[in-house]
Design a protein around this ligand. Structure first.
Ligand SMILES: [Zn+2]
Length: 275
């Protein structure tokens, strides 16, 4: 088992011009497929439990689930709380054995975001975890609009919060079902010029694979969160399996049957960021 923090995997990635995938987990089968994909590729992986996952299954169960998977593989695994919204959630993640916490105060005014993120980062570091913050707003398709990250604010945020990684808004949007638009390279470069932190792109599914790799090589973006793209693979594979075998009713047989597709898709995502 190689349980590690964001710091452990993002620092070398930054130095070597590659990025690490933060894969959004929703249940046991997808999380297992992602851990095995990382093992297949010999690459580190960040297994993330976000708000959707936590509404579906409690944080202590996620902690045990992801730790169990990390024990099964030899590659570095970060167990990351995605979009944590409170100190209580951060505490629950620490108690459940997570190795990393994202605190998302991006909708708050700058001063409050800095103050709250600094407090959570201190709490995370005291317990040996890493912390990711967000500045600017990464919006949602058909939902909250985005607000681009201000480079000067990023410098202040980085210095005042002590976070280990910074999620930025540079044209990326959550829940994109097609990789279409390019990111704002000028804004990325301006942010990179004012802070030395590893940068994180949420909504990575909306960024074409070739652009993800280029950004990994040329900028301090070292973490791409990938959810939608793999959920589409999951949904498609599940639909195919049920259509091909309409008499199958057993959950383990159904979901077990789609794991190879998911594992292959996750391998491609991981490989695509590896430099
Ligand atoms: Zn996000």
């Amino acid at each position: 088992m190689t349980l590690v923090t964001l710091r452990d995997v993002l620092k070398p990635a930054l130095e070597e011009g590659r990025a690490v995938a933060g894969l959004v987990c929703l249940g046991w089968e997808d999380a297992r497929a992602y851990a095995m994909a990382a093992q297949d590729e010999g690459l580190p992986v960040i297994l993330q439990a976000g708000p959707g996952a936590r509404a579906h299954m409690p944080i202590p169960v996620w902690g045990a689930t992801l730790r169990n998977l990390a024990e099964e593989v030899d590659v570095p695994v970060v167990i990351h709380l995605d979009h944590g919204k409170s100190a209580d959630e951060a505490r629950a993640a620490i108690d459940a054995g997570f190795t990393s916490i994202m605190y998302d105060g991006s909708l708050d005014p700058l001063d409050k975001n800095i103050e709250d993120t600094a407090r959570i980062a201190e709490m995370a570091h005291a317990a040996g975890l890493s912390c990711e913050g967000e500045l600017g707003v990464v919006g949602y398709v058909d939902g909250a609009p985005s607000r681009g990250t201000d480079p000067d604010e990023a410098a202040r945020f980085a210095a005042a919060t002590g976070v280990d990684a910074l999620a930025i808004s540079v044209g990326n949007v959550h829940l994109q079902t097609e990789a279409a638009q390019g990111l704002d390279r000028a804004r990325i470069d301006a942010i990179a010029a004012r802070t030395s932190l590893p940068l994180v792109i949420h909504g990575g599914s909306g960024v074409p694979a070739a652009e993800r790799l280029r950004l990994a090589r040329e900028t301090p973006i070292t973490k791409f969160n990938i959810g939608t793209e793999l959920r589409q693979t999951f949904g498609r594979a599940l639909r195919n399996r049920l259509e091909q075998d309409p008499d199958t009713f057993d959950r383990i047989a159904i979901l077990g049957g789609i794991e190879p597709d998911l594992r292959a898709a996750a391998r491609a995502v991981l490989r695509g960021l590896a430099g």
